[in-house]
Design a protein around this ligand. Sequence first.
Ligand SMILES: [Zn+2]
Length: 600
Amino acid sequence: MTTKTYAEVWDLDVFFKGGSSSPELRAHLETLKTKLESFEKQLSSFSVPQSGSEAEKIVSIIDEIKQVAENLTQAGAVVGCYLAQDTTDSQAKLLQGEIGSIGARFSSSMLIVQQQLSKTADSVWAELMKSKELNEFSFVLNEWRDEAKELLSEKEEDMITALGVDGYHGWGQMYDLLVGEVKVRVTVDGEEKEFSVGQASNLSSHSDPTVRKESFEALENAWTEKEDFFAKTLNHMAGFRLAVYKKRGWDSVLKEPLHTNRMKQETLDAMWGAISANKGPFVKYLKRKAEILGTDQMNWHDLDAPVTASTQKVSFQEGAEFILKHFGKFGPELEAFSRKAFEDEWIEAEDRPNKRPGGFCTGMPLSEQSRIFMTYSGTMSNVATLAHELGHAYHSYALRPVHWMNRRYAMGVAETASTFAEMIVADAAVKEAKSADEKLALLEDKIQRSVAFFMNIHARFLFETRFYEERKNGFVPANRLNELMEEAQREAFGDGLGEVHPHFWASKLHFYITSVPFYNFPYTFGYLFSLSIYAKAIEEGSSFEEKYIALLRDTAIMSVEDLAMKHLGEDITQHAFWEKGIALCVQDVEEFLELTSSKG
Ligand SMILES: [Zn+2]
């Protein structure tokens, strides 16, 4: 059998020919604006429904919304790809700004729809939701209506949005500017060089301990020097958020992120509770790793240090074949879908300059296609990333038969399909490792994920909740932020750390993302939720795929509690559910401890 050669560069021309200066794209944007105007016009005569027979009226508004949203997403996704493949594409930057303002206009109109629906009398609403036209959208429509009820008047919300551009979001952009200014000098391979924050952070996994320590200290010093600027930025962002919450009468800072993730507080508490009760094995892992590295305790700057000198390389073609082979064992549809993604050039993986770092998957709804972006440099962890992004694309594929309204899943479940796919590949890689060193490196790669989700992200969550509590009483200065972060890290890492990273609050972009508050716990949720699905899939074999697709199809039309109950028969407000996923991760640690028992 000859293996196929898959392209390492994606095809974007099938959407709009000619890249960021494409006349087709220009025409598309004009069409989009026309559609938005038509929606706005229809909206001006859209009034509060007065009787259950007005379902048609709402259906036609939904249709307008769908058209604008799909055209907008299509344009935004393609332009996002242009920028990712070439960060110097200035035309694409202009387009991004243009699409951004169309998006803002669309959001304001959406808010009006929500406000009108929220004013509908309860009895009329109940009748509407029972109608055959609207019944399938009832979850989302109820959500819109409930959300609007929690908001202030249209006028007030409009003003908050308008002031947020130069206030709230302005501070978020200030952060990007500040970080861009930070440069540090580190000696690598006997030569002192200047590094950006991103480059210096990448040195955390360097094989030379001096480089790791030096880059960590250089960064800590740089954050210390500018800590007042970062503290001011963070405090104003949080202050803005808290002021809005107070006006709306919201007492908990978690109200918004929990609602967005369609999750109950009990679920979140059960998840962190189960994690907190199971830190022991991971602390043991940290201790063992410190022993292997020859230090008496685990220090922050050594967390990403490699434990072996394993350097096995996998070509892109080999990586692709590896993924397809193992996907096939879990589901024929997942395999067939992914093969098509490779064949149809959906993936941008080439290692070349001017690409942005990281990986993502984005969907083009008008074409029912996705695109995957990453930089493939031949490591097994690149193969896992590729599988991860294919998982995201598969989620979109599973949702194809579903109406646009019912496709908009939240961040927590967004990582379900991706983590599932990544797990298949990461597990297979450990099993098929060609040497003991290789096996250890791959196993550690898996454990690192658990440490990130159970410890690092837990620290972010603890820090953020405590910081918000203190911020309610006034400005929280840099030295107090350092203390809060240190406490959070000591607690979240189960006292398994020597040196901590007090300025982590300044270094982590996630605290400064204005579009999504609490950009942390949904990651851990997605990871553990997906692991329990993975455990079921192992039990049931490839026949599980049908059930898996059914679950993915429901990800945007019910709460996470209902989703788990319906498709997994599990009550996720209880510790027991979370313990099962954690147990799988503990197995990795046990294997690691066994393999390294002579190395300590
Ligand atoms: Zn992902």
